[in-house]
Design a protein around this ligand. Structure first.
Ligand code: PLP
Length: 394
């Protein structure tokens, strides 16, 4: 009998974490690697949030919390959804989890049966596909390109729908492309879904506040979508709290109750100190983190400018998140410093070994023509990294 389950043997390792591990290994050999592969703000958690956590420790928060989160945290989430997204939820529609990642895994766990199809506009966040597969679902990739700013069109959505379509999952702002769907674009997708009332939507809005001016829209805002959308959000990105591990959903009560049931058997409530701190984070005005967004915008402009100077890097202009996702097909079939580049994975590895810059292959996000470069790094690091890349490919 084999030791490990088919489930784990068939699962891909997270490409972003794999790249970070390879970069660490090279650093261990004394190489000066610039890491632009991880999706993690390089800021510290703001002091007012840290103070709330310290207060929670001193107030002896040390017991199990309710599985779906403290009641006052749920109230803060309800206020946040109303304030920022014009969405109205009751406490029974909210579940707090160990990161948005667990929230997504919960949704897949409670909604998918074998053979259920989940439409994933590509590029998509690296874990969607494996979370779906792990829960017996079938990912259906819808390819997009730089020509539509990496957004799925209503016609593409329509063409991907089959009698087995159960859900559609997407992120806006998108990791990895930084694309942000406008309200009109979301309405276009909702019009298609209006003809298919059994299809549910997971709207991953974790980069909501990292938006460079276009404004954020939630698909659940449309009356005809509210009852069949699960809105996922969290504090990892905008509040620089990746390690605190708090995410949450607002959605139909039946689904929220099922997530609560699953989480109750798998992990129980999320970390109690982090939950207390997140109450403070969410109750603060979003302008309290604007200094980070302003800096990300400066870096976005900087990296686009620098990449624009290198032949073969074709980028969209991301309206949110902190990634650029250049098309690098120009290099495919070429030999650089004796190494043949056949695809985005070869190219990303080439950049790691020759330019000592860690990026992530687009293959991990369902787009084999691109690489993802994170600009959650200092301006000095970005300037040095792109200089090295330019030298390595010229
Ligand atoms: N959704 C997207 C689009 C992400 O990029 C990430 C993290 O990289 C997550 C969800 C997971 O976030 P969390 O840290 O809350 O688990």
């Amino acid at each position: 009998m084999q030791l490990l389950s088919d489930r784990i043997l068939n699962m891909a390792t997270s490409a972003t974490l794999a790249m970070a591990a390879k970069a660490r290994e090279l650093r261990g050999e004394g190489k000066d690697i610039i890491g632009l592969s991880l999706g993690e703000p390089d800021f510290n958690t703001p002091d007012f949030i840290k103070d709330a956590a310290i207060q929670a420790v001193n107030d002896n928060y040390n017991s199990y919390s309710p599985v779906d989160g403290y009641a006052d945290l749920k109230e803060a989430i309800i206020t946040k959804f109303k304030r920022d997204n014009n969405l109205t939820y009751t406490p029974a529609q909210i579940v707090v989890s160990t990161g948005a990642k667990q929230a997504l895994a919960n949704i897949a766990g409670v909604m998918l049966n074998k053979g259920d199809e989940v439409i994933l506009p590509c590029p998509y966040w690296v874990s969607y596909s494996d979370i779906v597969k792990l829960n017996d679902g079938t990912p259906v990739e819808v390819k997009t390109s730089i020509d539509t700013d990496f957004k799925m069109t209503p016609d593409q959505l329509e063409a991907a729908i089959t009698p087995n379509t159960k859900m559609m999952w997407f992120s806006s702002p998108c990791n990895p492309s930084g694309s942000v769907y406008t309200k009109e674009e979301l309405r276009g997708l909702a019009d298609v879904l209006a003809k298919h009332p059994n299809i549910y939507v997971v709207s991953d809005e974790i980069y909501e506040h990292i938006n460079y001016g276009q404004g954020h829209a939630s698909i659940a805002e449309f009356d005809d979508m509210y009852d069949r959308t699960i809105t996922v959000n969290g504090v990892s990105k905008a509040f620089a709290m990746t390690g605190w591990r708090i995410g949450f959903i607002g959605g139909p009560e039946k689904i929220a109750r099922a997530c609560n049931k699953l989480q109750g058997q798998m992990t129980s409530g999320a970390n109690c100190i982090a939950q207390r701190a997140v109450i403070t984070a969410l109750n603060a005005d979003p302008s309290s983190v604007k200094y980070m967004i302003d800096e990300f915008k400066i870096r976005r402009d900087l990296i686009l400018d620098l990449l624009g100077d290198i032949e073969g890097f074709k980028s969209n202009t991301p309206d949110g998140a902190f990634y650029v996702f250049p098309d690098v097909t120009h290099f495919f079939g070429k030999t650089l410093k004796g190494k043949t580049i056949n695809n985005a994975t070869d190219f990303s590895l080439y950049l790691l070994e020759e330019a000592l810059v860690a990026t992530v292959t687009g293959e991990a996000f369902g787009n084999p023509n691109c690489i993802r470069i994170s600009y959650a790094a200092s301006q000095e690091q970005i300037i040095e990294a792109i200089k090295r890349i330019k030298e390595a490919v010229s």
